[in-house]
Design a protein around this ligand. Structure first.
Ligand SMILES: [Zn+2]
Length: 52
């Protein structure tokens, strides 16, 4: 398995669509990226159209 489960996954991370994140290289399947020390939704896979 290339990406193991993170034992320290932040509980306060933004809502992530794991199904979308799974195939994303930018966030390595996490759906979030760390920017300026904060978790933000990955813009590559987590962009929501607004209405799902
Ligand atoms: Zn992503």
């Amino acid at each position: 398995m290339a990406f193991g489960a993170r034992p320290d996954a932040p509980a306060s991370s933004p809502r992530v669509d794991v199904a979308r994140a799974r195939s994303c290289d930018d966030c390595s399947g996490w759906g979030t990226i760390v920017r300026n020390g904060r978790d933000e939704l990955c813009p590559s896979c987590q962009q929501q159209p607004g209405c799902d």
